[in-house]
Design a protein around this ligand. Structure first.
Ligand SMILES: Cc1cc2nc3c(=O)[nH]c(=O)nc-3n(C[C@H](O)[C@H](O)[C@H](O)COP(=O)(O)OP(=O)(O)OC[C@H]3O[C@@H](n4cnc5c(N)ncnc54)[C@H](O)[C@@H]3O)c2cc1C
Length: 373
């Protein structure tokens, strides 16, 4: 086996899936996470079939489905509540898996973290890499406690603000999309059993995904700066959702001040024209491609990155060749998602663009992703 001792940087979905997949192949994995507490993020997430396929491959899916909700449909609606298109969402993970699962991020992370501990991955919280030196067949890493250790490979899954990306001298940095997003985890009705997206409202797109028997994750896209209007989070979200009806009448009425809710500008990043690795340090996940969540594929692409990387670096062969082949395989697939997501952002901001057809583009891009990763 080419690598035996790997350092993974970052305990998000990319870093945890990479750690599990590597450990399952017999690699000794050390996972460092900068946060001193490895807490689950409380938000909901729309997880599509190709991510479910990865979770199935590493043996996590059944436990995830005990918490989340799998389904196959997608409703495209007008903001007044009437259905424009009802379709079966493409099965990006193959016909045997649900096309989508709604879940709490913290529930997914709990399953992954439990597996990490069961597999004997060494987890170091409050730890970061401050420098590294690439050697012939390995890399010396110095940590923030001043110690230096040698690894066969460093997998940097440190997210959109990746310090590793800067250390590697990338010219790429995160960019604003011109959109912001409000998200809430709140009550749903029994009829809300699949995702729905609502167009042509007073803000940009709004939507929801059911994440359990009685909860959903709802969002509305809006301007990238929160207005200084003195409203609480719940009041602001209700205000933004006033022009959305159908199921949103229930959601709006039931949003509570203590529901998990936040606002953030949407950013993006794609390291398309530079290598993702230098010597024995490779970047994966949002560190090299943060997709605006317009087709809800970000975490799916991250999971695919992580799982396939473990497959490549445990093959026999020259590591430079393996890492180059890996990146060449990943970039075109990630590009489908980034390009479609940015086009959808553009159409949100300029809905009168001739030929704008978000539902068609969403269907086509997810259709393309039904091909194996
Ligand atoms: C508003 C929004 C909604 C989204 N909705 C969806 C969705 O519905 N479906 C979907 O599939 N995707 C969605 N995404 C995308 C998805 O959340 C991301 O693609 C994914 O979570 C990125 O995972 P990651 O592990 O690469 O990065 P992160 O989740 O950012 O994890 C990086 C980790 O590295 C740690 N870290 C950072 N720096 C260091 C360091 N120097 N040393 C050690 N550790 C470090 C961080 O603390 C963090 O734990 C959404 C994104 C946004 C912004």
């Amino acid at each position: 086996m080419t690598v035996k001792n790997v350092l993974v940087i970052g305990g998000g979905v990319t870093g945890t899936v990479a750690s599990i997949a590597l450990a399952q192949k017999g690699v000794k994995v050390t996972l460092i996470e900068i946060s001193p507490e490895w807490y689950g993020v409380g938000h909901g997430i729309t997880v599509q079939g190709n991510a479910l396929k990865v979770f199935q491959n590493i043996g996590a899916l059944d436990r995830m489905l005990e918490h989340g909700l799998g389904f196959n449909d997608l409703n495209v609606k007008h903001a007044d509540g009437h259905t424009l298109v009802h379709m079966e969402a493409p099965h990006t993970g193959g016909p045997d898996l649900p096309s989508t699962m709604g879940a709490l991020r913290s529930d997914l992370q709990t399953v992954l973290v439990d597996m990490i501990h069961d597999l004997g991955v060494e987890v170091r919280l409050g730890t970061e890499m401050v420098s590294f030196v690439n050697k012939e067949d390995s890399v010396d890493v110095t940590f923030n406690n001043g110690t230096t250790e040698n690894f066969d490979l460093v997998v940097a899954a440190d997210g959109i603000k990746s310090k590793t990306r800067k250390m590697l001298g990338s010219k790429h940095d995160k960019q604003a999309t011109g959109l912001g997003i409000w998200r809430v985890v709140t009550k749903r009705t029994p009829e809300m059993t699949s995702s729905a997206v609502f167009y042509e409202g007073p803000e940009y797109k709004a939507g929801y995904t059911p994440i359990s028997e009685d909860l959903c994750y709802a969002y509305v896209l809006t301007d990238p700066v929160r207005p200084d209007n003195g409203l609480s989070n719940a009041q602001e979200m209700k205000r933004l959702l006033e022009g959305y009806h159908g199921e949103f009448d229930f959601i709006r009425e039931n949003i509570q001040e203590d529901d998990y809710m936040n606002f953030q500008p949407i950013e993006w990043l794609f390291v398309d024209d530079e290598p993702w690795h230098q010597g024995r340090v490779i970047m994966v996940g949002d560190a090299v491609h943060a997709c605006p969540p317009l087709i809800a594929q970000g975490a799916a692409q991250c999971s695919e990155d992580a799982y396939l990387l473990a497959e490549y670096v445990t093959r026999e062969g020259d590591m430079e060749t393996l890492l180059t082949e890996y990146t060449e395989r990943r970039k075109p697939r990630v590009k489908i998602v980034v390009d479609a997501s940015l086009q959808l952002v553009e159409w949100e901001i300029h809905p009168d663009t001739p030929g704008a057809n978000p539902a068609k583009l969403m269907g086509e891009s997810l259709g393309a992703l039904t091909q194996p990763a």
